[in-house]
Design a protein around this ligand. Structure first.
Ligand code: TYD
Ligand code: MG
Length: 543
């Protein structure tokens, strides 16, 4: 008897190899190949279980111009504002959306809520639970206050049965939770394998298009953040959404990874609560709610997630350390960018942190992978190191170059507008930044060192230093550059002094001539903002 033919399939990318190797020849993932029976041509969708019906009747060609504007492609709102924002208005009938996320992040909760809201709109909706029992889903439904009578629920893991239920209920919207836990007995590979996931997803996509049934598939992500069998599923579906968040925070983020009916720049924000997920229409206010202004090491940065401007608080803590390699931790920002910021602080601003532990975190469990947060990270560390708080109404935004120069980042205008909307009235920005909105004074700084001077963290500039000088304490203070009214911090500020040449240890990128160089000493700034922020400093601003 001839031996059954087998192939080796990669669990990551779905590619096949005729022989087993330690690495996938396509994606180079290690140890992901497993043996499975080779596909027999034509067997997959042509045999058994009514599968031939999945092929459907052949399509009829139509002139494209006639297909345009037939209204079939208009998105239908889900009734969940933040989800609709990500989808560009709602779900297009007949479209297939894959929602990926780590286990426990809230995919089932979100989709049950969205389905309940769509069912309340009239059409029948079917929720296929292939992971939890009907009882478990019902309990969740009770917790979420689901009342729509035409929301149907079935616990099912066998694909042909799922298709039968679809035929019976004829839903407008179908959810399969999850696509990795249903299996098709027509396919010879094991449940959960890439071939199964791909085969099941394919048949559901065919069914969705045939019935013009909006379909949402739930997918789990592997530990390194990729959807299991990601590439094979991503090209099958119309839309891929990624649902993310820190398990221990209430905040959840929804990002489009692929979207055939719109852009992939929108960001949806949700908060997990006792009664499920609720949209967060004003995330900046949420992130800043528990902020304690006037604490050294804290600064607010307007960052961009997709198209959406968000204000986040960047916090830094600097403490002395005897360790040969003092600890550095970065939460929410890239650790490489933090290391870079520390190097630039030392080389171009004279703030030496070789004997200090440095911890940086973005409050609220947000991740900020973009360079626009560089300046805030560097300023937060410098503020913590010198123990000089920045003014409460100040934001900072810009990329820090390795030469210590500040560079403009995308959509600075939108970022500054968001800062102004939330009542911030001063911003430190790169020299080339656009005009700020009304009510926001900007300090344009060419270098990180000048930005630190502008915010009063370094040298003679800034309100803290000025008030200190007025009190004639500067000359007697042991650490000249840290001559704020607060005690000097743990970071060593090399050289410097209130003469204005604050970066004495490192070659200054541009000499600061005016000892009063500060927020209002930089082109474009009025100084009005800092007076408004710190009314107590008013006298110190007087010439
Ligand atoms: P779930 O939707 O089951 O996650 P997933 O489908 O992504 O695996 O959500 C699980 C978590 O959400 C669980 O830890 C409990 C929590 N949760 C709430 O906090 N509030 C709620 O109202 C619900 C339904 C769940
Ligand atoms: Mg789930």
């Amino acid at each position: 008897m001839p031996r059954a033919k087998t192939v080796y399939r990669c669990a990551e990318c779905g590619a096949t190899a005729p022989q087993w190797t330690g690495w996938c020849p396509a994606c180079e993932a290690s140890g992901t190949l497993s043996e499975e029976p080779a596909d027999r041509p034509g067997s997959r969708f042509a045999s058994g279980g009514g599968a031939s019906g999945a092929l459907g009747a052949p399509s009829t060609p139509v002139p494209l111009v006639e297909a345009i504007g037939d209204g079939g492609g208009d998105p239908v709102p889900t009734g969940f504002g933040e989800l609709d924002r990500v989808l560009g208005g709602g779900l297009v009938p007949g479209s297939v959306t894959l929602v990926g996320g780590e286990p426990g992040i809230g995919k089932s909760t979100l989709l049950l809520q969205a389905l309940a809201s769509m069912a309340a709109g009239g059409g029948a909706c079917l929720y296929v639970s292939a992971e939890e029992s009907a009882r478990q889903v019902a309990l969740r439904g009770e917790r979420l206050g689901v009342t729509a009578p035409n929301l149907w629920l079935v616990a099912e893991t066998v694909l042909p049965h799922v298709l039968d239920h679809v035929g019976t209920v004829a839903p407008e919207v179908l959810i399969v939770d999850s696509v990795q836990t249903i299996h098709d007995p027509d396919l010879s590979s094991a449940p959960g394998s890439v071939a199964q996931v791909r085969g099941c997803a394919h048949r559901l996509v065919v069914e969705a298009k045939r019935r013009s049934m909006t379909t949402i598939l739930v997918g789990h992500v592997t530990k390194d953040g990729a959807l299991a069998g990601p590439r094979v599923l991503e090209h099958l579906v119309d839309t891929v959404l990624s649902f993310e968040g820190e398990r221990h925070h209430a905040l959840r983020l929804m990002r489009p990874v692929k979207h055939r009916f719109g852009g992939t720049h929108e960001l949806g924000l949700f908060e997990m609560g006792e009664a499920g997920l609720a949209g967060v229409p004003d995330p900046s206010a949420l992130f800043l709610a528990d902020r304690q202004p006037g604490v050294a090491g804290s600064i607010v940065a307007p960052v961009l997630d997709g198209q959406r401007p968000l204000l986040v608080e960047v916090q830094a803590l600097v403490v002395p350390s005897q360790a040969p390699m003092p600890r550095r931790t970065a939460q929410g920002v890239d650790s490489g960018r933090l290391a870079q910021a520390l190097a630039v602080l030392e080389r171009h601003a004279g703030i030496v942190l070789g004997r200090s532990e440095v911890h940086v975190a973005v409050a609220g469990g947000v991740r900020v992978p973009e360079p626009g947060v560089d300046l805030a990270v560097a300023m937060a560390v410098a503020s913590a190191a010198t123990d000089r708080p920045v003014p409460a109404g100040l934001v900072a935004c810009g990329e820090v170059g390795l030469g210590g120069e500040l560079r403009q980042v995308g959509r600075t205008e939108r970022r500054l507008a968001e800062a102004a909307r939330l009542g911030f009235d001063a911003a430190v920005v790169p020299h080339s930044a656009p005009e700020p909105p009304d009510g926001l004074a900007v300090a344009r700084a060419t270098t990180l060192r000048l930005a630190l001077v502008a915010a009063g963290i370094l040298g003679g500039g800034g309100p803290a230093a000025r008030s200190a000088r007025r009190d004639r304490q500067a000359a007697t203070h042991p650490a000249g550059a840290a001559a704020g009214s607060a005690p000097s911090g743990t970071g060593r500020v090399a050289g410097g002094g209130s003469s204005g040449n604050d970066g004495g240890g490192a070659p200054p990128s541009r000499p600061v001539r005016d000892p009063d160089f500060g927020f209002d000493g930089i082109e474009g700034a009025t100084g009005r903002a800092l007076r408004a922020v710190r009314p107590g400093e008013r006298a110190s601003h007087a010439p």
